[in-house]
Structures are given as C-alpha cells and as structure tokens.
Design a protein around this ligand. Sequence first.
Ligand code: ADP
Ligand code: MG
Length: 638
Amino acid sequence: MGHNHDHESGQIPLTAICLVSILLGALADYSVLLPENLAVIFYVIAYISGGYHGFKETIEHLRNFELNIDFLMIAAALGAAVLGEWIEGAILLFLFSLSGALESYALGKSRNAIHSLLKLRPSQGLLIKPDGTEKLTPIEQLKVGDTVLVKPGEYIPIDGEILKGQTTVDQSAITGESIPVTKEIGDSVFAATLNENGVIELKVTKPAKDTTVAKIIDLVESAQKNRAKTQRLLDTFEPRYAISVVVAVLGLIFIPWLFLGHEFDSTFYRAMTVLVVASPCALIISTPASIISAIANGAKNGVLFKGGAYVEQAVGIDTIAFDKTGTLTKGKPEVTDLIAYDAKTDRFSTDEESKKYLIAVAAGCEQYSEHHLAEAIMKFANETHAEPFKAENMKAIPGQGVEAEINGKQVAVGNLKMFTKQIEGWSKSIRKKAEELRKLGNTVVFVAEQNVPIGLIALADKVRPQSKKTIVKLRKMGIRKIVMLTGDNADVAQAIAGDLWIDEIHADLLPEQKVEVLNRLKKTGTVAMVGDGVNDAPALALSHLGIAMGAAGTDVALETADVVLMGDDLEKIPYMLWLTRKARRVVWQNISFSLAVIVMLLAGVFLIDLPLTAGVIGHEGSTLLVVLNGLRLLRKGG
Ligand code: ADP
Ligand code: MG
C-alpha cells in the first residue's frame, strides 16, 4: 500500500472502477441479470484496477530484491483466485486500494497546510522599469534592486524594502502574528504577506527562490524526508517481516498438505487468510499517518519541524536553554545613555558635538552588522541626525563586537572582552562609569579609536511579556531545568532573569562557550536550545533539539535549527511540547492497536476458522482506523 508518500494520482478512479467491477461480477455470479460466464471477466477487471498501484510498488521493491506488504496483498488476492474465491480477492484489492487512496488523501491534506502559503504568494509582481513604465513580471524574473509596486489588498510578491509609501501588512502567514504591522520607508516586507491599505513601492532584496516564504516551503517539504525514528525502524522491519510471512504461509500450505494428509484446498484457503491478516499494513502506516499530521498541525500554527525525527525528539526534552537577547528579551534594545569621553583630560564631555561624533563613529562601525545592538545604535544615530562615518574593512567578532577603519583610523565597538588587552591602560573613571551603568541593568559597549576610548554606549532591552508565562507553563509540563545563556554581562543577565524562575544563568559567554555549557547540560538531560542569532547557531546545532525564534530572523539560525518558530512567540514552545507528546501517544496507540488486531485475527484463523472475507475486513478496517486516528492530530488544541 501507499506507505510511499507520493501522491498517487489515478488511485481514486481506479478504486472506483474496481468497486463497480466487483458489483457487476457479483450480479453476474449471483443473479440472472447478467450471464454467469461474464463474472470472471469483471473480476479480472477488478483485480487489475484494484491491484494496479500495489503491483507497481511490488515490482519496484522486487527490483531491489525486497518484499513488501503490497507483495503480500497481491499474493493473497492471487491465492484467492486460485481457490476460485474471486470475489474475496477482489474485495481485498478494493479495500487495499481504498485505504491507499485515503492515505494519499490524508497526506495531501497535511500538505495543503503548507501549500496554502504558496497560494498566497502571487506568481507575478508589478515591475516599475527605470523609465517609469509598469510591467507585470513573473517573480522568478525579478532581480535584487528592482522596484515593484504593490497595491492595497494585494499580497506582496517578493521580499523587499519599502522605498515609497506607508501601509499596514498582515504578516500572519509568515510570522504567525495576527495583528497587522505598520510599515514605512526603509522597513522590510515579506513575500506572501498581505498589503492592507497603502500603495507601496519596494526595492527587491531577495530573488524569488531565496525569500523567507520559499525557505519555509523548502524546509517543510524536506521535513517529509527526515523520517521519525520509529518509522525508520518500521521501514527496516517491513521487508524482513514480509519474508517471514511468506515463509510461514508456504509452510502452512505445504506442511499440512504433504505431511499431515490435509486437503489442499482448505489448507491453502487458511494460508491465504493468514497471509492477509498477518500483513502489517496498519503497523507500517501507524507512524507516518500520525507524524505527518502533527507536522501539518505545527505548520498551521507557526511551528515548523524540519522532520518527523524532531517530533519524536521533542518529547524527551527535560532541560531548556534560552538565549537571552532576542529570545527571552524583545531583542530591540534602545540606547539609554551616550557618554562621550576625552582620554587626554580624563573627563566626560557633555557637549553635543562630542556625543554626535561618538555615535557617528559607532554607527559607522555597526553599519553592516546584523546584531540587535548594531540595529539600536543605527536607529539612535538616525534619530539624532548623526551621519554615520564611512567605514572600511568591517569585521564582526561574535560575542564581542565589531572593528573597522574610519578615516584611516582603527576603530572598535564592543564589550570588555573586546578590549581585554587595552583596558589595563585605560583610566579608572571610564571603567567605573561602565560598571555603574551595568549595575543598572544596561548592556554597555565601549567605543575606541586607535585603542583609545572615546566613549560608552549603554543600551537596555525589555523582557518579552510572554517569557514568564512560558517558563511557568514549561515547568508545569515537567521541564526540570531552565537555563539562560548570554554573551552579555552577568549584571544585565541578573537584571533580566529577575523573577523569571530560571535555574542557572551563564553570562559573558562567547559562542563557543555557549557550546561548552550546552555540552555540560547534555550530560544530565535532554536539552533543547532556543535561540535567534548567528551567535546561537553552534549551540542550536549541538543541542538535542535546536529551536530557532522567528522565521523572518537570521538565516543561519533558521538553517541550523531543528524546529523553527515562525513568529517571535515563546508560547509556541509549550504548544510544541503538547503537540509532540500527543503525537507520540497516538503513534503508540496505533502501534499497539495494529499489533493487537494482527494477533486477534491470527488467533481467529486458527481457533475458529475465520473466513477470508472477515480477515480482509478486519485487516483493512484496522488500517483505516489507524489512518483516521493519526488524522486527529490535524485538529487544533492546546
Ligand atoms: P546574546 O548571547 O545575549 O544574544 P551576543 O553573544 O550576540 O549576545 O553578544 C554578546 C555581547 O557581545 C553583547 O552584549 C555585546 O556586549 C557584544 N557585542 C556583540 N556584537 C556586538 C556588536 N555588533 N556591537 C557591539 N557589541 C557587540
Ligand atoms: Mg540572541
């Protein structure tokens, strides 16, 4: 049966032809309306239409010298034909084909959750050419830097930055955030989001194949390939089991007949019944039917699993490590203090001129950094009308800061670690000032020119409103240990942790030290890491389950994580745990149910001579139930 997940087009009409042929065959067989000798012809048609897909599957497996359940089903149907029990064989193939069609339907339904995203993305955008004329252009032909016009009520065709106009955008398809967001000149917008009320002109920032929505779709598509562990186990078990069934059935045919003197027809009939009921159709479908439904439920609710394996992996999590900035906090720090400093006089300068110079240097350095702090500094420069200096050779040092060259001078912006060598030579007053600001819960960065400090920038970030609620929920769900990891300093970490109910705070970490802490945590538990930035990528990759915040965030985090939360909503983490735990329960219900049915039907065959028809119905009925049970996971809840 189609435990291959390809959409079997044509399976539904073939199944219908099979059913009609069975009915006509029965009419010919048991009534006077049709001549009796036509019956076999109808049954043969039923066999061909009902068995077509299974036969194709069987051939594919036989080419690899493998047996599968499709082979068992075809063999049983042919066996029934040998016995002259055409109608039973035909019913078997019909039900078999029906459950295959239903499975395809179910899988198709799961996929729709994702493909509805594709439907939202228009296939064309209104390109504005340099000469001002407009032309509808397929999105694949839009190039980075092109200008595209989007009218109110239209879906945005491509990722871009607003050049002209102002609007509100419903980004729920990408971020899961249902409240529309105001967008102005300079703001980024995403393909497949809805432009609600303004006419906007965009500068294209990504080609169609690299947009966030394209990444999300790729990611979910590849999720189907990364199978759950249970399923991989079942997949390796299937061919071996199929061979055992064949051997047992051959034994059941020949041993009683040759050695015990039983009649061939009845032993063969019984062997065919065994062949049907012992086939593990329900067992094989038990896991994919459930896991794929769970993945689809997640996708609908803004939680993207990169594979079935991670649905199972999430169930065992007992330790969660949160990155601070951008994860527990909003990741939108604001400049709270700007302290200009003159090293020659060892004095803080209060004049506007020095402050403007300080921020212009810092902003010059930070121009190309994607760090939250860089964004805050750029925003502040913009607000205070300080024109950032042109910088060259900019280099980001993760967990420390950035350096660059401005007007031929070596400039650096960063924390204490960035200046470990130089700081000894700096005066007490600036170090003390930094200390004071830190104690107030600020993140403090130094700005230095040729290794000489020219000032301090203090920034503060706010805790997300959902952080506390989420942590309480996670504890109620049995998470033992909650840890905060941050590259920021300990004072800030303490201030943010406040009453969040965090067991351990690890501050002042470089990205590679985050990895060390994670390795230690892994010794005592199954660890999920939640992070959002480039600096979290190594830890995300190393954890048992890497969870990235915000599909619209950093690409690296998105690529290394195992699960992506589309929005910035931390509460999706308890939801994800709930969903995966439920999925695991359904998988085990399915597995134990299908095994129980096999055992019961087998007992029936040997103890009460269960007829083939009853075996067919019991066997295929259980397969349908297992598929339907898996589909329950499509329902929302939580
Ligand atoms: P977190 O782990 O909290 O997300 P990071 O590891 O990204 O933080 O950064 C840790 C620290 O390194 C920051 O608090 C800041 O002091 C410094 N830093 C990193 N990048 C920059 C930058 N672009 N500009 C200034 N300081 C930076
Ligand atoms: Mg971060």
